[in-house]
Every structure is written in structure tokens, then in C-alpha cells.
Design a protein. Structure first.
Lengths: 81, 231
């Protein structure tokens, strides 16, 4: 069983790296790009005998306590069996 | 009086802090490896600058889980002095000892230069030997010094006079031009409510010798030493 964790900056937080990437994307010739935001993606392998709800709870706790900083970031967890 | 300088894997301003405390402050000081959990013999600990754990995940994020950090939290709760500089400030924010977070500089560059900071609150153990509004020249060297917090936290910091230093120009004007990293309201350093925990991005330990361009940092260490002596 695998947990996919997406960590993204809160919408209210400016993302200077995303802005720089946006600029480069425009230089590459892509038009109609409104915004780019950078985030982080984690894959966590969990014991296969876990119930999906337990796996989700575990991954949520890991995301909350370590992977994301709640001051500036949000997270989302998906479980894939 | 005894100081400790905490050493994480990747700390690199630990020797600077040690040098300043032993030579200029003239007090006994130990290096404290991050696996140590007993801080009972110390009056103040410095959480130094550097790249603890290589800045993996987020600057300061993994150092928070080092065994010494539980001891640092207890130490702070006892009212003892915890002084975080640069990566140390980032670690104290990640550990919840100070509010807010430090993000990538708004200009994206690693900023390494002398900046001016203004003493916004002289009623702290770290600034008692300084005058309010005094301008200090202290170097910064960081890529993640952009102080961020939500509105409620910011208003609480202001109301409780927890903003200790702000980036300014030579004459003490606090302007966007004087802000090296995009920090909210030019914040360069904050303390906790009890005033015993201070975090700042500029490096006062690199500004204690005229030869290095400034010795304005000495007054911060002198303030702290006097605060410990008064206890």
C-alpha cells in the first residue's frame, strides 16, 4: 500500500520559485500561462496489511507533523492499494 | 555562567559562536552535540547557523527532531536563554518555540552582505545594552530568510513587542529597499512572549571584530551576559 502526499504552499503565501519557473515557461514560448506554483510530492510505502483508513490516518499524521509546515503549507493525502 | 553551542550535522556557524562567547564574552562554553539531552549545566544555548541536515525538506525541519531539541524546549520553558541565529532561527520556528516560518527569499538569491537592522525593542535580555532605534550593521547570509506569518500572528507580535529587529537603511528608515529577503514588515528577529527565546537571521557572531567590518554584534552578547548575571 502506498500513500501519495502532496504539499503545496497556502494560496495566501507568495511563491518566488513558482514565479521564476513561470517566467522561464514564458521564455520557452508558452503563452496563456496564468500562474505556476511549486509544491512537493512524497510517496510513502506502508505495510500492505493495513486497513485503508489506518493507512490514511498514518499518512495524514506524517504529512501534518513532518512533511508540511502548517504555517505556510497545505497537504493532501491519497492512498493507493 | 555557562554557554552551550548546539551542533547539528551541517551546522557551520558553531565555531564562530563558540569563538565569540569564549573570546569576546569571556565565558566558558561547550559544544553540545545534537544527540545530547541534558542541558542542566547551561544558562544559555546558541542554536547556530548553517545547513542542519542539508536543509532537506525545509530549512530547520529535520533538526527539530534531533534528541537535543526536546531538551531545548524544556530549557526554554524553564526561562533559560535560547538564542537562534540564521538556521537556528529557522529551527526554532519549525520547533514551535517561535511563531511563523522562514521561506525562500523573495528575490530567490542567496543574500550574503552586511545589512542594517534597527533595535525595535530594547526591553529584552538580548538588547538591554542597546538603545531603542539604534541601527546595527550585521551581516546576513541566507537563502531562506523571508519571514512569513498570518495576520493574527503578526498583530500579536506587534502588540506584545516581540519584533526585536527590523531591516532598515543606514539612517534607520524601514523601507522595502532595505529589506534583503521580502520578510513581512522587514522583520529580522523576533522573541517569544517570555523574551528568553530570540531568533534572528543576521549573524551577530560575525560582527564582533572591527577587522570583520563591524563589532555591533558584541552588544547583543553583552546584553545576554548581563541578563544571565542578574538572575
Amino acid at each position: 500500500m502506498k500513500a501519495k502526499v502532496y504539499v503545496t504552499l497556502k494560496p495566501s503565501v507568495l511563491d518566488p520559485q513558482g514565479k521564476a519557473i513561470h517566467h522561464s515557461v514564458e521564455l520557452l514560448g508558452f503563452e496563456q500561462i496564468q500562474d505556476v506554483r511549486q509544491g512537493k510530492y512524497f510517496e510513502i510505502a506502508l505495510d500492505s496489511n493495513l486497513e485503508e483508513s489506518e493507512a490514511k490516518e498514518t499518512a495524514e499524521r506524517i504529512a501534518r507533523d513532518i512533511l508540511a509546515n502548517p504555517v505556510i503549507e497545505d497537504y493532501r493525502v491519497e492512498i493507493v492499494s | 555562567m555557562k554557554f552551550g553551542v548546539i551542533v547539528f550535522p551541517g551546522s557551520n556557524c558553531d565555531h564562530d559562536a563558540y569563538h565569540v562567547v569564549s573570546k569576546h564574552v569571556g565565558q566558558p562554553v561547550d559544544f553540545i552535540w545534537h544527540k545530547q539531552t541534558d542541558l542542566s549545566r547551561y544558562d544559555a544555548v546558541v542554536v547556530p547557523g548553517g545547513f542542519s541536515y542539508g536543509d532537506y525538506l525545509r530549512a530547520g525541519a529535520l533538526a527539530r527532531f534531533s534528541p537535543v531539541m526536546k531538551a531545548v524546549k524544556d530549557f526554554a520553558a524553564q526561562g533559560k536563554f535560547v538564542f537562534g541565529v540564521c538556521n537556528g532561527f529557522q529551527i526554532l520556528c519549525e520547533a514551535g518555540l517561535l511563531p511563523g516560518a522562514l521561506m525562500r527569499n523573495s528575490g530567490l538569491h542567496f543574500v550574503c552582505k552586511h545589512v542594517n537592522i534597527k533595535v525595535e525593542n530594547q526591553n529584552t535580555p538580548y538588547t538591554s545594552e542597546l538603545e531603542k532605534d539604534k541601527v546595527l550593521s550585521i551581516p546576513v547570509a541566507h537563502a531562506e530568510g523571508n519571514y512569513v506569518c498570518d495576520d493574527a500572528t503578526f498583530h500579536a507580535l506587534e502588540e506584545n513587542n516581540q519584533i526585536v529587529f527590523r531591516y532598515c537603511n543606514e539612517s534607520g528608515e524601514i523601507s522595502p529597499e532595505a529589506n534583503p529577503n521580502g520578510s513581512r514588515s522587514n522583520i529580522a528577529g523576533i522573541c517569544n512572549l517570555d523574551r528568553n527565546v530570540l531568533g534572528m537571521m543576521p549573524h551577530p557572531e560575525r560582527a564582533c571584530e572591527e577587522l570583520l567590518g563591524s563589532n555591533d554584534g558584541r552588544d547583543i552578547f553583552r546584553s545576554l551576559t548581563n541578563a544571565i548575571a542578574r538572575i
